[in-house]
Design a protein around this ligand. Structure first.
Ligand code: DGY
Length: 319
């Protein structure tokens, strides 16, 4: 049987590409730039499968134009908000994602954002780097202590639970809100809050770790920020769509929130330049899962899903 052809629009890790080329006929885009709707449609007539990232948009409109040759979209991402799953299902296309393999890397970055915002990393770095460090006093660069503080986690999936584990190493009191309460072995002592509003009220730090869905889009709005304690800090290493960015800017400018750590924005790439003048906002360019180890694991997970599919089995991470 002829080897399946797969299209890989982004430049995945060398180990991933090596394995993909060993087992498939790979079409790789020359430039490591997001695949456009036209490219996706064109490649659907030349490939049996694809390994896209969250940068390729499979809207209902694109799904409707896909060639029937394309059978599987093995995403190189855990998030699938770039895919209209219903429209792809209607075209009988299998869609998979890469859950769990990026939990630790993403939680690690969320923790870095939390520490960076709490301990004024952007401001401190700028002061030393610019040669402007000319004094010291007991009241200088005083931040917020993370150790022993209360951490609220919204979404206790794999990343949320990994963050909870790291937080326990900092003696944090972990609270969470999730659609369903977790069994005790997964909860690991974290306190469940049936409502988001109840969680907000006890969160010195609040970390968003849930997917962007119609229900969660814009959930952190002015009312919700008002419920957070004075001087609290928001961390978002999930999706920009969860946050009303104007409302966040207002609560930071008013001083109700002491800061924020953001790895994702409503507009990506690019981010929100309105945040740029605020050194109490630590920003990263959607790099939660960007470690060499995790990139390999994501690539291999996507390939495992393709392998199962083309061997006639159900891929483990089919959605
Ligand atoms: C994911 O896997 O969803 C990350 O955001 C990177 O795409």
């Amino acid at each position: 049987m002829a080897r399946p052809v797969i299209w890989i629009p982004r430049h995945l890790s060398p180990a991933t590409l090596e394995r993909a080329r060993r087992d498939y006929d790979v079409i790789l885009k020359d430039q490591d730039t997001p695949g456009t709707a036209e490219e996706i449609v064109e490649m659907s007539a030349r490939a049996d499968g694809m390994i896209p990232c969250h940068s390729e948009q499979f809207t209902a409109e694109v799904a409707g134009r896909l060639d029937p040759r394309l059978k599987i979209i093995a995403n190189h991402s855990v998030g699938t908000d770039h895919c209209d799953l219903k429209a792809l299902k209607a075209r009988d296309i299998t869609v998979t994602n890469t859950p769990d393999v990026l939990n630790d890397a993403t939680a690690e970055l969320a923790f870095m954002l939390m520490l960076g915002a709490a301990r004024r990393a952007v401001e401190g770095d700028r002061i030393v780097r610019s040669g402007g460090w000319d004094s010291w006093s007991p009241s200088y660069m005083v931040g917020k202590q993370v150790t022993g503080a209360r951490l609220g986690i919204v979404g206790m999936g794999g990343v949320g639970r990994a963050l909870g584990r790291k937080a326990r190493g900092f003696d944090m009191e972990v609270h969470y809100h999730n659609r369903q309460r977790l069994p005790p072995d997964l909860e690991q002592g974290a306190s469940y809050h049936e409502t988001l509003d109840s969680l907000l009220e006890v969160s010195d730090f609040l970390s968003l770790n849930c997917p962007a869905t119609p229900e969660t889009t814009g959930m952190m709005n002015a009312d919700r920020f008002a419920r957070m304690p004075q001087g609290s800090i928001l961390v978002n290493a999930a999706r920009g769509a969860l946050v009303d960015e104007d409302a966040l800017l207002s609560v930071i400018e008013e001083g109700h929130l002491a800061g924020a750590g953001l790895d994702c924005f409503l507009t990506e790439p690019g981010g929100n330049q309105a945040f740029a003048g605020h050194e109490n906002i630590v920003m990263m360019p959607h790099a939660g899962s960007a470690t060499a180890k995790t990139r390999d694991a994501m690539g291999f997970c996507a390939l495992d899903n393709l392998d199962s599919f083309f061997s006639g089995d159900d891929p483990e991470d089919a959605l």
